[in-house]
Design a protein around this ligand. Structure first.
Ligand SMILES: [Zn+2]
Ligand SMILES: [Zn+2]
Length: 1294
């Protein structure tokens, strides 16, 4: 130490102290690294260090940088938790300027803070520390760190270096941090290790000659030294534990591939870069396994990499300092020229790129398509390919520009190369084994053409395009997904590195870093979920950092291949599919992880979804051959062809879908379209009632221009008794129906992760409004309350299982194994008891007094003990021994969740776990339940922890005792129909019943009072006999809201009361126990515009006579004999009183309404030869009956307005009126009603009105001269619902 300090006698005390610290550090950290034989003392080394530090710090003065602290590598690794940078040469002002500049470019990031640290260490390639990864490392006595450099020289290996400027980027995992050297290192020791030129440099061969040599197939081992410009640097690969990389040297149109396989040469990967000239000695010729005829150069143990041939003398100069300096200046220089030359044309912005290339691409795609359509084989196709390959390689600066000749020279050999990445080894020996036959290249091209052809043919919508190879220069602006190898450059261009092996550490690829890319694929519009331009690096591409980022960022690189990249290799995905997979993985992770999908399973889920959206033939390309990908011309790799904008399927979260529906439900609302044609004649009560409920359905496929996929877990909701689709963003109710009405949703679906491509979005609207009349519909302020209910209508057949529940996997396995015992995993022992049941009937869920429902079931055998949970396994023989017993199952509280998966007729196993007490499952006594005295079987109260499993196996002799459903006709007509009936039908009309104002104060629930207390009249028609309809009055206030009660829906109605009205019409009324279930919505959802079937055509006589088989709806054709009465009236739309002139006629209490509607009613006698009938026409059909045009109809309304109303009726042969028979209007109407235009042949659809019960009529009938008095049944009373006869305007003259 004293000897060392002697040199600094004149320095201050502070400097002396600093110097002694340096001395200690050198002694501890650096001296042990040096070869003792070189006779350098600690003091000498310290002096050398101080001298280099001084030069780097300030070349002018001899100041010592006392503010800098010596830091060891182990200290950095151990103590430095955040990124830091240090530079000897920067002034504070310089640092601040740089930092501000960097922060301005990417405002989301902060600059790396500066620290004054001195770092000195030995540059090594990692072999010394046992990690030969072809990566530079900085080492001192305490440890080593990976380091990235912009430019490096092979001469630096093993030297002690001072690092004047660097960033340290730490990593969460110790030892994974790394250094970014901002400036080239400075050699500290005066002498290098003995420089070994290795091999002979005397015969330097040009690339052209080397290429000839490779073609000549000389059998003898030759060692050559080749010099040329690097045109391609492939990434480092590890195959079967062997690490190697490939580079291509080019010169005047010739090129030779060189494989660097020696472990000790792997660090050369860091020393070569595209555009740089190198000379490599002691190269041998060898042939590649699996690529007959393709010979390459490979390095040998003696090989050396000489960076600059022209400086060869210099590099052999023992004065390392000058060498180092020279090298630096030369490096920097060549780098500059290089980037200036090569990339001047590439640095234009991405926009220009995309525009240019797009048209160019289209062209080459055309060419390609042409060649496919020509059915000619390899020759033509091949030339077409070569052509397009030429086109693109002309753009790149690289050595691809000549392919055709070289390539046609290889006409031979095609053993089907089945070498996948795992099969390949680089042969160490040089044998020229061209023993096989057939042209591999033609083969591969043909194969390619075929596969493309297939894509074109089968997936008509999928366009496949060829990508171009380009070079690119830009700044990393964002790490999109480090694990997936996705980055963003210049704020708009994507960069995909997934096709290259993953680097263990970031390698400087951080936001703010400037990079140069060579031979990357330019892909335009490959995926809607990635930037429109994506640059995709493959095994022939190289990425080079040209300037490290000054910004702090997290190092987010996984240690090895992430699951996505593993999948990419396994499934051989194209870039479009890979980008979709990355999008999908993000979506799954965000919405399902960790609640339903574990982090490590996210990728598996994404993979299955990819299978759902892709046909296998679109997804997988032909097998890969990495050697071809690296060296073959024209270049072929998995990225060469890509699908345009496909797969385009978007994964919407349930929140996204729900938000869309919430918006759509009201934006689609058109009040006028909700109203029938008679809206103009409706009073306020009728109008607002008609608006109070409406429904809007949209198919999932129609929601967005791109296909949509929903993903979620099916679960049972314990409070609403519905099936739900859930993800972490939202929950949507589902109405699950099955197309064949037998395959009901089973318990096994509970917990399944499913995806849905087809389903119907149902949006029910509930509105409270106070529109005075239809004229006010354009004023939305009359709507006082809006609410909606959103849910999905799913078909069991449309559910795609992505991850089955345990019960579902058993079902699936059972299917596959056809009943073989599935003892794959021994079940966990747990005591259970179970009983097998067949459900007979199910009542509705009631909310009060507490949520619950009741089912009827038959026990198929006695309760059983188990040593394990039998779940939904195939029933054993013993389970079916015992007496069948009728029981009631009572579900209360959270047990109501079972409601959607319990279906009468199905067999279930009820299981209680952790018990051996079979009596638990014994039904006992009778549980009283309010008002229900339907059955009095023993009852079993379900416990919340009990499980129910649907048994899917068909069991012999368990034919269901479930009462058959009646049809609507049977309910209507059968005189023997019981009081409580169950039937099936199709809803034709849904009317919300207005509550009497008297019963207003009902129990107001906190949510949506509208839908809580809904009472409906459903008109249900017979599925087969459209003439038979029945009204069902349903009170939805007892239970949770029933989904899917929409006109067009098929439904099953259980346990409703059949009633007869005063006028002998049959209708039904729901009871608390009634269960109304929608079984099919396809006619609602298909929107195919299929009109409901027309009711049957009937003769009046037949209709009147068949009292028991009576239709409710029918078509009739007949003659209008006379108009019995006609009533025209202006009605106050609020109170229904007559509205004369401009005010309501009601006086007690007075009504201040200002709006009135015109209403009309006519009653005519219709005769069709078989009988007479009285037919009633209401407002809008009266106009058609009278055959008035719009002008005449309005004129009539104006005339009536004077008095407010007029009523004419038949007396004798003419019509009259009570009040003023001579009034012009009465005269006109009388004349009109008896005109031939009205008394005409007419075709109607009528509905039976309430029938007057009672006496038959006596009528005189003339037959010739004779007069009879006959007894006729009372005339049929019909209401016209539709006039079929075309209305032509006839002018009436009286
Ligand atoms: Zn490629
Ligand atoms: Zn009124």
């Amino acid at each position: 130490m004293e000897e060392f300090l002697k040199h600094f006698k004149n320095h201050s005390r502070a400097e002396q102290l600093w110097l002694s610290q340096v001395f200690e550090a050198v002694q501890q950290q650096l001296f042990p690294l040096l070869d003792a034989s070189r006779g350098l003392s600690v003091s000498g080394l310290s002096l050398s260090v101080v001298s280099k530090v001084q030069t780097a710090f300030s070349s002018l003065s001899s100041d010592l940088p006392v503010s800098y602290r010596f830091v060891s590598v182990s200290e950095l690794i151990r103590d430095q938790r955040t990124a830091c940078c240090s530079s000897l040469s920067w002034s504070s002002a310089h640092y601040r300027e740089q930092a501000r500049g960097a922060e301005l470019k990417l405002p989301a990031h902060k600059a790396i803070p500066r620290d004054n640290l001195l770092l000195i260490g030995c540059l090594c390639d990692g072999r010394a520390v046992g990690t030969s990864e072809g990566v530079w490392r900085v080492r001192d006595a305490g440890g080593s760190l990976a380091c990235a450099m912009l430019k490096s020289s092979s001469l630096w290996l093993g030297r002690l270096m001072l690092f004047p400027s660097w960033n340290y980027i730490p990593h969460d995992a110790p030892g994974l941090g790394y250094l970014e050297l901002l400036e080239p290192p400075v050699c500290v020791t005066l002498e290098a290790m003995a420089f070994d030129p290795g091999g002979a440099l005397s015969e330097v061969m040009s690339v052209m000659r080397a290429a000839e040599l490779l073609r000549q197939r000389c059998g003898d081992q030759v060692c050559v030294c080749v010099s040329g410009q690097v045109s391609v640097v492939c990434p480092l690969l590890v195959i079967r534990g062997k690490r190697f990389f490939c580079l291509v040297l080019s010169e005047e149109g010739s090129s030779v591939p060189v494989f660097i396989t020696e472990a000790k040469h792997q660090y050369w990967r860091q020393c070569v870069c595209v555009g740089r000239s190198v000379c490599i000695s002691s190269l041998r010729v060898c042939s590649l396994q699996g690529m007959q005829g393709q010979r390459v150069l490979t390095d040998s143990c003696q090989s050396r990499l000489h960076p600059h041939l022209q400086n060869r003398e210099n590099s052999e100069d023992p004065d390392t300092h000058s060498v180092t300096d020279d090298t630096h200046s030369a490096d920097t220089h060549s780098a500059d020229t290089h980037s200036a030359d090569t990339h001047s044309s590439d640095t234009h912005s991405a926009d220009t790129h995309s525009a240019d290339t797009h048209s160019a691409d289209t062209h080459s795609a055309d060419t390609h398509t042409d060649s496919i359509n020509d059915d000619t084989h390899s020759a033509d196709t091949h030339s077409a390919d070569t052509h397009s390959a030429d086109t693109h390689s002309a753009d790149t600066h690289s050595s691809d520009t000549h392919s055709a000749d070289t390539h046609s020279a290889d006409t031979h050999s095609a053993d089907t190369h089945t070498d996948s990445i795992n099969d390949d080894t680089l042969p160490a020996d040089t044998h020229s084994a061209d023993t096989h036959s057939a042209d591999t290249h033609t083969d591969s091209v043909t194969a390619d053409t075929h596969s493309t052809d297939a894509v074109f043919r089968s997936g008509s919508a999928v366009r496949v395009k060829r990508s171009k190879l380009i070079s690119f220069k830009g700044t990393v602006t964002k790490i999109l997904n480090a694990e997936a190898g996705l980055y963003e450059i210049d704020g708009q261009v994507g960069l995909c590195l997934a096709y290259q092996p993953a680097q263990k550490w970031g390698g400087g690829l951080r936001p703010g870093a400037e990079i140069q890319l060579h031979n990357v694929h330019f892909i335009y519009r490959s995926s809607p979920f990635a930037p429109s331009v994506v640059l995709c690096a493959c095994l022939r591409s190289s990425l080079q950092i040209t300037s490290f980022s000054r910004l702090r960022s997290k190092v987010e690189v996984s240690g090895s291949h992430g699951p996505l990249q593993r999948l990419l290799l396994e499934k051989n995905l194209g870039p479009s599919q890979y980008l979709w997979l990355c999008y999908c993985q993000d979506a799954v992770a965000e919405r399902l992880c960790p609640r339903w999908v574990r982090a490590e399973r996210v990728c598996v889920v994404a993979e299955r979804l990819l299978d759902v959206v892709c046909d296998p033939e679109h997804k997988t390309q032909k097998k890969r051959d990495i050697y071809r990908e690296m060296i073959q011309k024209p270049h072929q790799c998995p990225v060469t062809m890509f699908c345009v904008w496909w797969p385009s399927t978007a994964l919407w979260s349930l929140k996204q879908l729900s938000d869309w529906m919430r918006h759509e439900v009201w934006s689609s609302l058109s009040l006028a379209s909700l109203l029938p044609p008679s809206a103009a004649h409706m009073t306020a009560l009728e109008l607002n009632s008609a608006l109070s409920w409406s429904v809007h359905t949209v198919q999932l496929t129609d929601v967005a221009p791109e296909p949509l996929l929903l993903l979620g877990v099916l679960e049972l909701d314990p409070t609403r008794a519905t099936l739900q689709l859930r993800d972490q963003t939202h929950t949507l109710d589902c109405l699950c129906v099955s197309e064949d009405r037998t395959a009901h949703i089973s318990t096994a679906w509970q917990g399944c992760l499913v995806c849905v491509q087809r389903c119907t979005l149902v949006m029910e609207r509930f509105m409270k409004s106070q529109f005075p009349s239809w004229k006010h519909l354009d004023q939305p302020s009359y709507i006082t309350h809006k609410d909606c209910r959103l849910y999905l209508q799913l078909c069991v057949d449309d559910l795609i299982i992505i991850s089955p529940s345990a019960a579902m996997s058993r079902c699936l396995m059972e299917d596959r194994q056809a009943g073989r015992a599935s003892a794959k995993r021994p079940p966990t022992p747990v005591a259970c008891v179970s009983v097998l049941l067949r459900l007979e009937w199910k009542q509705a869920v009631l909310l009060r007094p507490e949520p619950g429902f009741v089912c009827g079931a038959v026990c198929l055998g006695d309760a059983q003990r188990w040593s394990h949970d039998p779940k939904n396994t195939r029933p054993l023989e013993r389970e079916r021994l015992g007496d069948a017993q009728q029981i009631e199952l009572h579900f209360t509280g959270s047990c109501v969740r079972w409601f959607p998966v319990l279906h009468p007729g199905c067999v279930y196993r009820l299981i209680a776990r952790n018990t051996e007490d079979v009596s638990l499952l014994k039904a006992k006594g009778v549980l009283a339940r309010g008002g229900v005295t339907q059955l009095s079987s023993p009852a079993l109260l379900l416990q919340p922890q009990w499980r129910i499993h649907t048994i899917t196996e068909e069991l012999p002799d368990t034919q269901s005792g479930v009462p058959e459903f009646l049809s609507v006709s049977e309910v209507l007509l059968s005189s023997s129909a019981p009081e409580i009936v169950s039937f099936r039908g199709v809803i034709t009309q849904r009317i919300t019943l207005q509550e009497d104002s008297g019963s207003r104060p009902r129990i107001q629930s906190q949510t949506a009072a509208e839908e809580q207390d809904v009472r409906l009249r459903l008109t249900v028609r017979d599925a087969e006999r459209p003439g038979h309809v029945i009204d069902v009055y349903v009170d939805l206030s007892w239970g949770p809201y029933t989904l899917g009660l929409i006109p067009g829906a098929a439904l099953s109605v259980r346990h409703v009361q059949r009633k007869l009205s005063k006028v002998c019409n049959v209708y039904c009324r729901s009871l608390p126990v009634s269960c109304v279930c929608v079984t099919d919505l396809t006619s609602v959802c298909s929107r195919s515009g299929v009109a409901p079937p027309l009711p049957p055509m009937m003769l009046l006589g037949e209709w009147a006579a068949s009292r028991t088989q009576r239709c409710v709806l029918a078509q009739v054709k007949g003659h209008v004999v006379c108009v019995l009465s006609l009533r025209l009236q202006w009605t106050c739309s609020l109170c229904g009183s007559i509205f004369g002139q401009a005010s309501c006629g009601r006086t007690h209490p007075p009504c201040d309404s200002t709006s009135a509607v015109f209403q009309a009613e006519a009653k005519v006698v219709l005769e069709d030869g078989s009988a007479d009938a009285h037919v009633w026409f209401s407002s809008d059909s009266v106009c058609d009956l009278l055959k008035l045009n719009a002008g005449q109809w309005e004129g009539l309304q104006r005339h009536v307005k004077v008095k407010g109303h007029v009523k004419v009726y038949t007396r004798g042969r003419s019509m009259t009126c009570d009040e003023d028979p001579d009034d012009v209007l009465v005269q006109y109407l009388s004349c009109l009603c008896s005109s031939a235009a009205v008394c005409r042949q007419i075709h109607l659809t009528c509905r039976l009105r309430a029938q007057r019960t009672g006496k038959s009529q006596l009528k005189k009938v003339h037959r010739g001269q004779t007069e009879f008095i006959c007894k006729f049944p009372p005339a049929l009373q019909l209401q016209c619902t539709h006039i079929h006869t075309h209305t032509s305007t006839v002018s009436h003259t009286c």
